[in-house]
Design a protein around this ligand. Structure first.
Ligand code: SF4
Ligand code: SF4
Length: 95
């Protein structure tokens, strides 16, 4: 399926999993998936703390991003950038 927005994950990702929990479209997974039932998730509102795990966020194959920016809002390390899949000018021309 076509995704109108593209997810970019930068090197500052610390694997906290906030984007995995917050994405309305379930677009993220943690690479290396070391999450276990006894690893309590961080509180996303605790002031930007980060788990500093060996995990890293990955965008799932065939994700569809709707550009809500929830992941960007909650990412404590500012690792996420969401961009339109097409240049804005292309949208304007198509109207
Ligand atoms: S919220 Fe940010 S730091 Fe946390 S796993 Fe997602 S991209 Fe990485
Ligand atoms: S912008 Fe919204 S839909 Fe797109 S990856 Fe982030 S939380 Fe998910």
């Amino acid at each position: 399926m076509y995704s109108p927005y593209v997810i970019h994950i930068g090197p500052s990702c610390c694997g906290c999993g906030a984007c995995v929990r917050q994405c309305v479209r379930d677009n993220f997974a943690l690479a290396g998936d070391r999450r276990t039932s006894d690893s309590a998730p961080l509180d996303d509102r605790d002031g930007g703390g980060c788990a500093a795990t060996d995990d890293r966020a990955e965008a799932k194959k065939d994700y569809v991003c709707v550009g809500c920016m929830a992941c960007v809002k909650w990412c404590p390390t500012h690792a996420l950038i969401i961009t339109p899949a097409k240049p804005v000018s292309a949208y304007i021309r198509a109207r």
